[in-house]
Structure formats: C-alpha cells, structure tokens
Ligand binder design. Structure first.
Ligand code: DSN
Length: 439
C-alpha cells in the first residue's frame, strides 16, 4: 500500500476506509465473503501484466510457458475437487460463464428454462431484459405455494416447452436442491441440465450439500461466494455431459475464446488455483459445516422472534425473510440494518406484489461471518440486533404508487440514517466484530 499511498492517496484512502468498513460491520450478504491473504497476493501479482489468449500450450502469444502451468494447475485442482473430467477456468465471472454455456450449446432462438428472477433465479437464467432472454427463448418456472421447487410443475413445463437447456441452482433459494429430480426431467425431455452452483459451491465441496455432478451435464460456479476465492468462475462438464455430447468441452472452450472473451485474467486464474487448494483442506470442510450450522441457528432465533422465513427455514447458507408481517418494506429494513452495522440485501420474495427495487423481503447469509470465526452464540446476538433494527422501522411500508413512494422513501432515508437507536446498535455491533478478525 506504500506506493499506492504515494502515487494515489485518494484511492489508497478509499481502500483503507473500505477495509475498515468490512471489519466494522457484519457482512451478511450471502454471496459475499472474505478471501484469504494468499488469494489476494496472487490476485495482486505480476500475472496481471500478461496476455494469454488461447489455452495451455495453444496460445496466440509467446511467453506463456509459466502461465500454462498456472492455468493447468487451476484446471487440475478444480477437476479433482468437483470430480469432473473437464473445466474451463477463464470465464471472468458468473454471468459470462453462463453466457458462454448458452453461446456454446445453443443457436439464437433456442429455448432455455430457468427459475424466474423474482422467485430466486438469476438474471442469466432467462430474466427479462437480459442477454439470456433477448437472444434465446426463455421460459421460466416458479416455486410452489410452499415456496419450494415444484417438480411436478417443472416437469410439465419442460414437457410442453422442450427446452434445450434446463437451468437449476439459484441465488435466493434457502433449501436443498434435488439435482437428481432435475436430472431426471432433463433426461426425459432430452435437455441439457446446467447446474449453476455459484451460491453453494463451497457447501458442495465441504460436503454439506449434495453435488449435481452425477445429474447435470454442465456445472457453472462463481469462485468468490461460499468457495471463498477471488472473483471469477468455473465452467465444468461432467462425465454425463461428455456421454451426451463429447464435443461439450470444445464447444465451451470456443465459446469463451474466440466467442466471448479475449485474454484471460491470469492473476485471477492463479488466485482461483490458490482458493481451490484452500477449499480442499479439512479446515474448509469444518468451515462449510459451520456456515450451515450458523444459518440454521440464525433462522431458528429469528423465527422465534416473529420473523417470517420463506419456506420456514434454511438448509444452506442463506435466509430469505418476508417482512410483510413486520409491516416493513425490504429496502427500508436493509437500510435500517446497514445503519445498525448489519449489511444484508433487499430481495423479492416468492409471489411478491412489490417491484424488485422495493421488494417485500431481505436476504441474508452466514458465509462471511463464519469466515471471521463466529458461531451459534454470535448468531443469537445478531438475531437480537436484527430484531431491534427492524422493529425500529416497523410500520414503514412503502406505497405501490411510484410517485408517492418516491417522496416517502426520500424522507424516510434521511430519518433512518440519523436514527439514534440504529446508530447505537452499530457501536454494539462494532464492539463484537472487533473480536473477530478478518483474514
Ligand atoms: N450478485 C449475486 C448474488 O448476490 O447472488 C448474483 O449475481
């Protein structure tokens, strides 16, 4: 940081402030985590200086012998950890990874079928306004009335629409995913099954969530969520995938380059390799188990305090809370919690009558606080703070009329930011987080 401080004190100071913020608060956005110092060292290395279009030993530029070894190591570690025969480590992040699978396997206009965004799917799973619905025909499944996957409805939709790819794996689904049931449906309709395990990759390698590898043809994941690596992604083809189409690895490699990307980010590839090494340790298994234990403890404490948990609880790292019972809009609650030092995200809940920017719920999770060493005892404290913060804004529902809502939200934001009770909670939070160092 010394040279950065000398060259650009403004950015150095902002990074320092962000570092302090990350230490002071409870980071509870379930897709965030604290990566290790070793991962960051690889990420900030000289590897950022190199161009390496192509793949190991098939590069367009000279000088890539060492980069070849790094990329091969990342590939081999991923293959071993996830038990797959092929992996591409070059996708720059999760959305480009999913886009590459579609680009490689589909023609424009082919049908993809994923969970609707408002029910916990991802933008790239066929949501309106995205690449995935503009260039492909997107059909979307929803959850059942119990807010769980309804395999009967999914099967019927697949049979009717005949998608070429069925996407499973979600961003706001707190329950275990039955990959076998998805695999059976995909096989029956002749579709590829793509499992996007971005949220739960760390839980899968840690042995606390079943793996999709025997049921899916293609598996994608980001590397920076529960897997705790740098930003980045993996695209994997399973034995089942190669059996269905032996060309899948070549199609995906070609989709990445020349299809969608130029040179890979070699510093990112090395950092992914480091994270994969860390994730294969027994300490990581303990970590993954603790993430789930913490999420379950938090769910039970919050339920006891009158919160309405979507689907009634959690099997994984995240909780989705419907705040309509508390008479608070998700945006209002998320801001109040932020002022109180607890960082979550507003989120739609299944069958949400409100728009995505002002949804009825919040989503929170335990991967980052578990990295800091917090356990069930701390989850109880956190649930008490969450309750106090949300109770402080109870009654703050926002109108559905956009104009009225905009005026009300503007005034409310000012009040919440200055709320003394919330600011006091933040000092209590800080007193605790100081005892739990970040990596
Ligand atoms: N932003 C990710 C998440 O929070 O789940 C999805 O892209």
């Amino acid at each position: 940081m010394k040279s950065l401080q000398a060259i650009d004190p403004e950015i150095a100071s902002l990074i320092g402030m962000e570092e302090q913020r990350q230490k002071d608060v409870l980071e509870m956005i379930p897709s965030e985590n604290y990566t290790s110092a070793a991962v960051m060292e690889a990420l900030g290395s000289v590897l950022t200086n190199k161009y390496s279009e192509g793949y190991p030993r098939k590069r367009y530029y000279q000088g890539n012998a060492i980069i070849d070894d790094i990329e091969t190591l990342a590939q081999e570690r991923a293959k071993k950890l996830f038990c797959v025969p092929y992996v591409n480590v070059q996708a720059l992040s999760g959305s480009p990874a999913n886009d590459a699978v579609y680009f490689g396997l589909l023609d424009p206009g082919d049908t993809i079928m994923g969970l609707a965004l408002s029910f916990g799917g991802h933008l790239t799973h066929g949501a309106r306004l995205t690449f995935s619905s503009r260039f492909y025909r997107s059909v979307q499944y929803e959850l059942g009335n119990d807010c769980r996957l309804d395999f009967d409805a999914i099967w019927k939709l697949a049979k009717k629409e005949k998608p070429k790819i069925i996407v499973c794996g979600f961003t706001a689904y707190p329950r275990r995913i039955d990959f076998a049931a998805f695999g059976k449906i995909a096989d029956e309709v002749g579709a590829y099954l793509m499992a996007d395990i971005s949220h739960i990759a760390g839980l899968i390698v840690g042995g606390v969530h079943p793996s999709p590898v025997s049921h899916a043809h293609v598996v994608t994941t980001t590397t920076h969520k529960t897997l705790r690596g740098p930003r980045g992604a993996l695209i994997m083809v399973t034995e089942k995938g190669i059996k269905k189409n032996p060309d899948l690895p070549a199609l995906i490699d070609k989709a990445i380059i020349p299809g969608l990307q130029g040179g890979p980010h070699d510093n990112q590839t090395a950092a992914i390799a480091v994270a994969l090494k860390e994730a294969s340790s027994s300490a990581f298994k303990t970590y993954a188990h603790q993430i789930v234990k913490n999420a379950k403890a938090l769910a039970s404490e919050l339920s006891d305090r009158g919160f309405d948990l979507v689907s009634g609880g959690t099997d994984n790292h995240l909780l989705l809370i419907d705040l309509r019972g508390k008479k608070v809009n998700g945006s209002v609650a998320a801001l109040a919690l932020e002022v109180a030092g607890i960082v979550v995200n507003k989120n739609t809940v299944p069958f949400d009558p409100m728009p995505p920017f002002f949804p009825s719920g919040i989503r929170l999770g335990t991967p980052a606080v578990t990295t800091r060493g917090m356990k069930e005892k701390e989850m109880k404290k956190i649930s008490i703070w969450i309750t106090s913060a949300v109770d402080e804004v109870s009654g703050a529902e926002l109108p559905r009329d956009p104009e009225k809502r905009s005026v009300m939200w503007k005034n409310m934001r000012k009040e919440i930011r200055a709320n003394k009770k919330l600011l006091t909670l933040a000092t209590e939070v800080r007193a605790m987080t100081n005892h739990f160092p970040t990596p």
